[in-house]
Design a protein around this ligand. Structure first.
Ligand SMILES: NC(=O)c1ccc[n+]([C@@H]2O[C@H](COP(=O)([O-])OP(=O)(O)OC[C@H]3O[C@@H](n4cnc5c(N)ncnc54)[C@H](O)[C@@H]3O)[C@@H](O)[C@H]2O)c1
Length: 360
């Protein structure tokens, strides 16, 4: 999209092994300048910033693994280093767009009939181990109803990833204002689309469910599968990034880039089952859960809508496009098994009644 709009594009990427084990993706256009480097490396980043007018900071460490310091080093320190270099070298950067995440909202917003709007803490381990999935009001313990996440709502990230992204937002907004460099932080919902790395364990349900289905295995859903999410097409996200890059009304603000509707994980599993032509395969409700997952997380795109953006692609369309793309990939291995094994060994996946024996 940037090329179509006439930009010269330089990508700076470390080609992280767990995302790009085979080096640069072959789909990248020939006229993109490709630079290998780590966003934690000031010399390399400084060189990559020479002659640049705008930065879209997408590089991130994202996972469920407990190497906590890596989240901050890659996701937060990198944005501080970016400003450090701009200020020290007087670089004429006119705009920085940074990838934040829906995860900054933590467990999110709910409506309690008795207490009004509440922001519950993450669900206690003991509750999850009993298989009680729904949030309850922290004041009166009543059942609560999820509300859409809006940018003005309080944020309560509770994972190292979410906290690192919130720290990125604060760093970027504060240093941007202080040094007069326009910034925008983008809180993406779950972004899905073709070209999503097969190797990345943190790349969303489409990859995991599709790979299982194409290996004649049913999708496995965590909890009871009724947790709600919103999914947004990578095409819509690319348009959102370009919009906020160019539109001054987006300066010094955070925006959600959200999907069209709230959807349960079970609905996604059933849709992908249909798209993979595996009619009759019922999703498997495993009774397992991922410690640190939120229950219902659905963002509103109203604020970005006021700038003229809307999620144009329906989930049915972009998941069909995704499945068609996966089918064309050569030598499909069952990456699902590999990522499951890694998460189990880190104790991230747990079972009702306690940690599963599989972890041992
Ligand atoms: N995909 C989603 O659903 C989603 C949702 C919310 C936020 N985000 C954010 O959007 C951005 C892009 O996500 P994605 O899904 O394309 O992720 P991805 O893992 O496919 O891409 C991240 C890129 O960053 C590179 N990278 C990792 N560590 C690096 C480092 N130290 N130095 C330089 N490059 C490094 C990787 O090689 C990879 O190319 C990320 O910041 C992510 O946190 C994504």
């Amino acid at each position: 999209m940037l090329l179509q709009r006439g930009y010269d594009v330089r990508i700076f990427d470390s080609l992280q092994q767990r995302v790009h084990p085979h080096g640069w993706p072959t789909y990248l256009a020939a006229d993109i300048e490709k630079v290998v480097g780590d966003v934690r490396d000031g010399d390399a980043l400084g060189r990559a910033l020479e002659g640049v007018d705008g930065v879209i900071h997408l590089a991130a460490y994202q996972d469920y693994m407990p190497d906590f310091s890596t989240y901050y080093a890659v996701n937060t320190v990198s944005i501080a280093l970016l400003f450090e270099l701009i200020v020290a070298r007087g670089l004429p950067i006119q705009k920085i767009v940074s990838a934040s995440s829906q995860s900054v909202y933590g467990e999110g917003r709910y409506e309690c009939q008795a207490c009004g709007e509440i922001h519950p803490p993450s669900r206690p381990e003991a509750q999850l181990a009993r298989g009680e999935w729904e949030n309850r009001c922290p004041n009166c313990a009543a059942e609560v109803t999820p509300l859409p996440l809006i940018e003005t709502a309080p944020v309560h990230p509770h994972t190292a990833y979410g906290i690192s992204k919130y720290a990125l937002e604060l760093t970027s907004l504060n240093l941007g204002r202080k040094y007069g460099i326009p910034v925008t932080n983008m809180r993406y919902s779950i972004v899905q689309g073709t070209r999503n790395s097969f190797f990345n364990a943190y790349s969303g349900v489409a990859r995991i469910f599709t790979l299982r289905l194409l290996h004649d295995q049913p999708p496995v859903v965590y909890e009871d599968g009724r947790q709600q999410r919103d999914y947004v097409s990578v095409h819509d996200v690319a348009r959102a990034n370009v919009l906020v890059l160019e539109d001054e009304r987006a300066n010094f603000r955070n925006f959600n880039a959200a999907g069209q509707k709230m959807t349960t994980v079970l609905e996604v599993a059933r849709l992908l089952t249909k798209l993979c032509d595996k009619a009759g395969a019922e999703p498997e409700v495993s009774g397992e859960y991922r410690f640190g997952d939120t229950r219902h997380t659905v963002s509103s795109w109203e604020a970005l809508g006021a700038l003229g953006w809307r999620p144009e692609r329906a989930m049915e369309d972009f998941l069909a496009e995704y499945v068609a793309w996966v089918r064309q990939q050569p030598n499909l291995e069952d990456f699902y098994a590999r990522s499951q094994k890694a998460m189990r060994s880190a104790g991230v996946i747990r079972s009702v009644g306690g940690i599963t024996a599989a972890i041992a």
